[in-house]
Design a binder for this molecule. Sequence first.
Ligand SMILES: Nc1nc2c(ncn2[C@@H]2O[C@H](COP(=O)(O)OP(=O)(O)OP(=O)(O)O)[C@@H](O)[C@H]2O)c(=O)[nH]1
Length: 342
Amino acid sequence: MNADPLPDPADDGNASDSVPDVPEVPDASDDSDTPPSAGMTIPGADGQRCGLVAIVGRPNVGKSTLLNTLIGQKVSITSRKAQTTRHRITGITTEGDTQFVFVDTPGFQTRHTVRGTAALNRNLNKTVQSVLGDVDVVLFLVEAGRFGSDDERVLRLIPPGKPVILVANKLDLIHRRSDLLPWLQQMQARHPFTEFVPLSATKKDDASRLLTIIRPLLPEQGWYYDEDALTDRSEKFLAAELIREKLFRLTGDELPYTSTVQIDQYTEEGNLRRIAATIIVERDAHKGMVIGEGGERLKRIGSEARQELERLSEGKVFLELWVKVRSGWADDEQRLKSYGYE
Ligand SMILES: Nc1nc2c(ncn2[C@@H]2O[C@H](COP(=O)(O)OP(=O)(O)OP(=O)(O)O)[C@@H](O)[C@H]2O)c(=O)[nH]1
């Protein structure tokens, strides 16, 4: 292992009364394109490199933050609440002759399964494994100086023979970097990591350094996407992610992570986007949390999401938000498919 030098510092009848029935239109699931397979070679591109990079790690370790810094624009959502990344998101960055295609995987489920979330957990774990079988490089994120059984379970999912870069995140929280050396030696004994990169996922310079370390590990082949591509997810998908981010940020720890957002309508008229979305919660009590007193919280979620959508789309956005109770959705495989969590 080469130690990289430490850097300088459908309605179940519980629809909300304030909400008319929203028409069933296609949801975000039709945007779940599979990225190209790692073995696929696009000929005729002299000197170019391109490959798939998976970001894995236990919940809350900083995967979404790292992806956002790597691609320089917010695509994946971040939040203090663990397990908020449920979709497989592709972020793309092209630098010099190399195109990095990032696959952000959900946090591997390390908690005991709570009643009602079994199907959701099964789907998440399947996603992690299928992503890892198909990439060129795995970034295995841990918190610098820490390695718990939850980290170990993620490490065990990585197929043997894959190049794995150990990314020791949240370096800014370590006061004495020399304290990391014994930990690093233990990590070396655990797995034949290709590289070791301590960093802070929030820092742009650290992310650039990581790109230069990944580059030689990617195959020499033509780029999969245009040079300026950022994501192969549609705006509709990003809108759902953005609303979900505001939802979790503004409800804090009160709202279970099984709540989701479905886009019911997404139309573009010139520079104006009309979006109707439904926040789907499991219980009446959760509906109350989302709506807040006098509808204040729902209003704020809508207004913050709209402002960010306007910034991203560089146009006007008209956003309608509804809240519905659909109990037990997290344990229903069919419904998970219809929400795009396959
Ligand atoms: N101090 C510090 N905090 C960080 C750093 N990177 C991420 N965080 C914080 O860690 C928390 C979790 O970050 P996320 O990027 O949402 O983590 P995740 O691994 O995608 O989480 P899941 O969606 O639950 O899998 C957030 O509060 C981030 O701000 C870092 O380099 N330093």
